[in-house]
Structure formats: C-alpha cells, structure tokens
Ligand binder design. Structure first.
Ligand SMILES: [Ca+2]
Length: 188
C-alpha cells in the first residue's frame, strides 16, 4: 500500500530529498545590550552615553558559515535612513595571524540610502551582496567563503557608526560583541 512515509524513504535513499544531505551551515548569534550606543568625537574618544538613541543600537548579530558562503543578519533596535553617513563594519578573522583578517564595510548616505559594500582582505577585495533594510531595522550580507580560502572557522566583530549633519564630525557607535570577536563559527 502506498504511503507518504515509504515514498520519502525511497526518495531519501535515492538522494532526491534533503534528509541527511551534505548541505549544512554553522551559525552563531551574538545578542547585544539595548541602550548602549555612545557618542564619540572625531578622535574616537567617547563623549557621552546615548541610551536614548535606538537608531543604530545593535541588538543581535547572526553570522552563518555555510558550505560556500558566509552571511550575516545584523538587527537593530531601529535603523533610520541617515542624513549624513551610516557605516556598518564586520571584521572577520580566521586564525590568530594578523594576516588572516578581513573586513566588510557597508556605507550608506542620504543620497545613497541603499549603500555600497566591499569586503577587503590582505589579498584584495571580494564582491559582497548586501541589503540595508530600513523597513525591518536590519542589515544583511553574503559573500563567497572562497574569498578567504574556506578556512575551518571564522570569528566576527560587528560595529555600527552613524553620523548626522548636526553632530559636526561626532558619531554614534555600537559594537557586538562589545570589545572583541565573537565565538568561532565552523565551516558548514
Ligand atoms: Ca546595542
């Protein structure tokens, strides 16, 4: 007698459905504090805490290392279109060597709210897809893991910097984790 279960078992045996397939991705989430944005001056020194500022306050960063790409979702308490400059940077490392470092930089502005993105390593730049999603208060990105040689693991350290016209060179910043790289994310 025909049954859905037996059909799925047959297809799985033939490798036609994804039961136990090779496609696998490791992902890690870093949850960041609310109301921890600070204002810095042009030298990078902290001027004041800005707990009232939701815009650009990182709340959660999820980085995924799949078989052939690295992707991320950076979620904010709020993310408004900048009237000057919005910069999201994700530093990536994949060994203890200073040479094995890369950096994703997404820069948006009033004129270009959708932003532009680049990923740089010591070996050069790689293409990266990104979306600055103001409607859902998040930034997403994806790049080929071959760009960094498909290492066994990566770690990420995410920063936001937002500048407004009226702050005259000062900027709001937040980071996740607060001071260093997040957990290792292993090659999917
Ligand atoms: Ca935060």
């Amino acid at each position: 007698m025909f049954s859905v279960r037996s059909l799925i078992s047959c297809l799985a045996a033939l490798g036609l459905v994804g039961l136990g397939s090779a496609s696998y991705a490791d992902a890690r989430v870093v949850v960041d504090s609310a109301a921890d944005v600070v204002l810095i001056d042009i030298n990078g020194d902290t001027v004041a805490a800005a707990p009232e500022r939701n815009d650009g306050d990182i709340r959660r960063v999820r980085i995924t290392y799949a078989e052939d790409h690295i992707s991320g979702v950076i979620s904010f308490a709020a993310l408004d279109r900048p009237d000057a400059r919005l910069l999201v940077r994700v530093n990536v490392r994949w060994s203890s060597s200073q040479d094995d470092r890369g950096g994703l930089v997404i820069i948006a502005s009033e004129r270009r709210p959708e932003g532009g993105a680049r990923f740089y390593t010591n070996a050069g730049a790689c293409p990266v897809q990104h979306h600055v999603d103001y409607a859902h208060d998040r930034v997403t990105f994806s790049l080929a893991s071959s760009c960094i040689g498909d290492p066994g693991w990566i770690q990420a350290f995410t920063h936001l910097l937002a500048r407004a016209r009226h702050t005259e060179g000062m900027a709001w910043v937040d980071a996740a984790p607060d001071k260093t790289y997040g957990p290792r994310i292993h090659h999917g």
